[in-house]
Design a protein around this ligand. Structure first.
Ligand SMILES: [Mn+2]
Length: 343
């Protein structure tokens, strides 16, 4: 049997890309690398919580009138284009994205590039946090690495994969908005909870946070859990809640097989200790409208900005509009045109 021919459209595209990249005057990978380095240098003058003061700085000068938090933008380019970046390229609002730009869809690379370009054009307006899919391990397990290999072949696919992860390893993992709101992809951490200490002790480049900085891993993977479900989970895990070992507040996250769940006591303690008002996170799909208030008193809000998630759900999506003093408004995104067939 003859070997399968590769003379299809995809191969033609790959060949023309190779040709383009082989030309001496074409943009080279090192140019792309330099652009990313430039992006990082200017994006986050110092990573992590120094962004707090950066955001405080903006707030003090009344530039940060409102900020939108978009969560779990996996694959949903249509929603980004139509609803979030429609005023691009020159944005008049600040945008904070809560991670998960790749995996679980066909357009991870495009979403990532789109947001990177938005950042380059609007350095002081667009902020990108890291999600639990901005990791090599996760991307190998889900679809992103495969997506790049399929689109660009093994040589360039792997190079692009490295470039994206060069950026991911340097993305900040949390932010404080307007001195009032804590934002992270998953939630509050367990093994270190003082933001000042976290800022000091977290390496700026983190390819393996699960081993080096578990609190970072936790901020990307943790989930909030209401008290009734928390008690059930404690019973299942045969844990007797005890203030001494913090199991009143955190439990092993059995659904994920890693990290922790936290209840409203944990949320309140964390917010009080860090003098903040509320938590904004993504990471879980609210059933319908793209938003869920997890605890009484709106201590924690889950926002999801990807419609028709994984093409199997019919969820709509939302973004949060954050006004002065941390007031949150929910903006629903019109997703009627985002039919799964179009993904
Ligand atoms: Mn996630």
């Amino acid at each position: 049997m003859p070997p399968p021919t590769e003379n299809d459209e995809g191969e033609e595209e790959r060949a023309s890309l190779r040709e383009l990249l082989a030309q001496p005057n074409a943009i080279s990978l090192s140019d792309v690398e330099r652009a990313y380095a430039d992006y990082l240098e200017h994006a986050f003058p110092s990573l992590f919580l120094s962004r707090t003061s950066f955001l405080f700085y903006l707030a003090r000068h009344n530039i940060l009138k409102e900020a939108s938090g978009g969560g779990d933008l996996v694959k949903d380019l249509l929603s980004i284009e139509r609803c979030i970046l429609r005023s691009s390229p020159h944005l008049t609002t600040n945008y904070l994205f809560l991670g998960d730009y790749v995996d679980r869809g066909r357009w991870g690379f495009e979403v990532f590039l789109y947001l990177a370009v938005a950042k380059l054009l609007n350095r002081d307006r667009v902020f990108l946090l890291r999600g639990n899919h901005e990791f090599r391990l996760t991307q190998e397990k889900y679809k992103f690495k495969e997506e790049l290999l399929l689109k660009y072949g093994s040589t360039y696919g792997l190079k692009f994969w490295d470039l994206v992860n060069y950026v991911c390893d340097r993305l900040p993992v949390c932010a404080v908005v307007g001195g009032a709101l804590f934002a992270a992809h998953g939630g509050i951490p367990f093994s270190l909870t003082d933001l000042g200490t976290i800022n000091q002790q977290t390496p700026r480049v983190l390819p393996e946070p699960d081993r080096v900085a578990p609190w970072v891993w936790q901020m990307l993977w943790n989930d909030p859990m209401d008290w009734a479900r928390f008690l059930e989970a404690a019973q299942l895990q045969k844990v007797v809640p005890s203030a001494a070992n913090y199991t009143y507040m955190y439990l092993f996250n059995a659904k994920r097989g890693t990290a922790y769940v936290f209840n409203d006591y944990a949320a309140a303690a964390f917010l009080k200790a860090n003098r903040l008002q509320a938590i904004i996170r993504a990471h879980e799909v609210p059933e319908e409208l793209g938003v869920r208030f997890n605890f009484p008193g709106r201590l924690c809000t889950t926002v999801f900005s990807c419609s028709h998630y994984t093409n199997r759900m019919n969820n709509e999506c939302s973004v949060l509009l954050v006004g002065g003093e941390g007031r949150i408004r929910v903006l629903r995104i019109d997703t009627r045109l985002n039919k799964p067939a179009m993904m």
